[in-house]
Design a protein around this ligand. Structure first.
Ligand code: MG
Length: 399
């Protein structure tokens, strides 16, 4: 089944759209709330979750007068600030409480900005309950796409990832059968052009100075290793039903072209615009409409030339590993993602080097026995095993 409508006009969205913002304290979550503020006549925030940032949660809950909140890390249950939630606001603790928000009767649309595989349960719950899913949680599509995508009705899942939003926008009104290839654009990350020798010496602080996009820490490191692009190749493969090798990574240093789609007649459509995540977030909420811009438009008369290039998979091994996992399919992307989540966090803490991230991912992928995906429980076991192996690998490389 394709995630596109036959015609965009068929979709009727309730207005105001009642949204739950899961992972509201992170970069995507906060930018989502910004869009909601700007379009308060069209969007109403009714539920919020955070992992542990209870202070931010309470501030936002009071501002929007939300009725339901959840904190996934239950060790924050006694945070005194929670006493200041608005009157009548229901508070849930633990991961299940987050999934419960996704299926509430008074929620029409779930914006999932949860980072990592942890967002999988809530995403599945939202889709099964027939909610519109504005989905920024790429890891769960990569890991659980085989479970998630068959449940998704046309027009139900709108990607928030800027590249995938661009692809979606290029495909509205087209036939899936005419799609030949996807050109997934990539800024190249902060270490574009560096050699392996140079990469062996970079630190997390160097990586966190990303040139173009304003993003959270985990994805910023993934952008530096190009694992983010690898995850996005697999995300596109699942969302748009194209082969892993029909998603080509295109380095576009100016980050103005957010991705392109090539059709069977050789025509290519691209989506361009400001490098501001609020645009794809807003599109997921406004679809099939378009609303007033959340940021300054680009004056194209004064733009520098757009350049194109190939990603260097020999220097940035994570991209090649992701492709390899995608070609094998089954549980291998799950193991790869889990290993990357562990290695990414270790690199951020200074517990391993930059190139160790791909060594750890590769080590875990080699140990994984690939199975066909048939349940969430199986994915959770694969995820836990891969994390344990990744922690062993970190001890190994840092000895
Ligand atoms: Mg992206």
């Amino acid at each position: 089944m394709s995630i596109f409508e036959d015609t965009a006009g068929k979709v009727a969205r309730r207005r105001p759209l009642r949204v739950a913002v899961l992972g509201c304290s992170g970069s995507i979550g906060m930018q989502t709330l910004d869009v909601c503020r700007q379009h308060a006549d069209k969007v109403q925030v009714v539920a919020l979750s955070v992992h542990s940032s209870t202070e931010k949660l309470v501030g936002v809950a009071r501002e929007f007068g939300v009725r339901h909140v959840a904190v996934s890390d239950a060790s924050h249950a006694q945070d005194p600030v929670l006493q200041e939630l608005p009157a009548g606001c229901e508070l849930g603790m633990g991961p299940q409480a987050v999934s419960d928000l996704a299926v509430l009767d008074d929620v029409d649309c779930v914006v999932s900005a949860v980072v990592g595989f942890a967002g999988m349960r809530a995403g599945l719950a939202a889709v099964t309950a027939g909610k519109v899913l504005a989905y920024a949680n790429k890891e769960s599509i990569v890991v659980g796409g085989d479970l998630l995508m068959p449940q998704v009705a046309p027009g139900q899942l709108i990607p928030v990832d800027s590249e995938h939003s661009a692809i979606y926008q290029c495909l509205v009104g087209e036939r899936h059968a005419d799609l030949r290839r996807i050109w997934l654009t990539c800024s190249g990350g902060p270490f574009y052009g560096r050699t392996r020798e140079q990469l062996s010496k970079v630190s997390a602080a160097d990586a966190l100075a990303h040139p173009t996009w304003n993003m959270g820490a985990k994805i910023t490191i993934d952008s530096a290793t190009l694992m983010n692009k690898g995850l996005e190749v697999l995300e596109a493969h699942h969302l748009f039903e194209v082969g892993v090798d029909d998603v080509r990574v295109l380095v576009q240093r100016q980050s103005r072209i957010h991705s392109m789609v090539e059709f069977s007649d050789g025509s290519v459509k691209a989506q361009l615009g400001p490098s501001d995540m609020r645009i794809p977030i807003q599109y997921a909420l406004s679809y099939p409409e378009r609303w007033e811009a959340p940021c300054m438009p680009v004056d194209w008369c004064f733009e520098p030339a757009l350049t194109f290039g190939e990603a260097d998979e020999s220097a940035f091994g994570c991209l090649a590993l992701a492709r390899q996992a995608g070609r094998a399919g089954g549980t291998l992307p799950c193991a790869m993602n889990a290993a990357n989540e562990v290695a990414n966090a270790a690199f951020r803490k200074g517990a391993c080097g930059f190139l160790d991230v791909e060594r750890i991912v590769s080590f875990v992928m080699d140990k994984t026995r690939v199975e066909r995906v048939d349940s969430l429980k199986q994915l959770e076991e694969c995820d836990a095993q891969a994390r344990a192996w990744a922690r062993d690998a970190i001890r190994e490389v840092t000895r």
